[in-house]
Design a protein around this ligand. Sequence first.
Ligand code: FES
Length: 190
Amino acid sequence: MSEEITPYQVVPKTPLAGSAAAEIRDQGEISRRSFPWVLTIAWSTLAAALGGLASILGRFLFPNVLFEPPTRFKAGEPSLYALGVDERWKEKYGVWIVRDTTSIYALVAVCVHLGCTPNWLAAQNKFKCPCHGSGYYVSGINFEGPAPRPLERAEIGVSAEDGQIIVDKAVRYLYERGQWGDPKAFVKMA
Ligand code: FES
């Protein structure tokens, strides 16, 4: 005879079949075990995204700016210069200051071929470009190699305030335009 079920009777749970129960238990285990990994990946992704955002913001707030030295500088009194090529300003300002028997002038240390920096070879009394071999006399006039014209001279003068030489590399004087005779292209020496 079958057992009758009244409305208030608690029906005992039917135990799951052994394999199904084990499967559900295993899935639960796997989910629990994999949860920390999911969390780690989520945090890593978030951190990477925030890092990228911070980098973009940093670029915006602190853009890459090339700080060039000023083009205008004081170079001491004329009497400090002996005859010949003075290299003390070359590295910082890219200029040689040259004294000859009658004047002081400032040569820009940029090869007019393709822009390399020539070297002053005192033993050979010339400027020599290491890139393609252009050579320039101490005056700056080219005489060998592919350079198509002389080096450029920078504006030079003497300060009325303190008697120091002032060079302005932003203002150039070109031999081929007849500008080396300009009073601002040299300082006359007695
Ligand atoms: S850059 Fe000086 S010779 Fe070419």
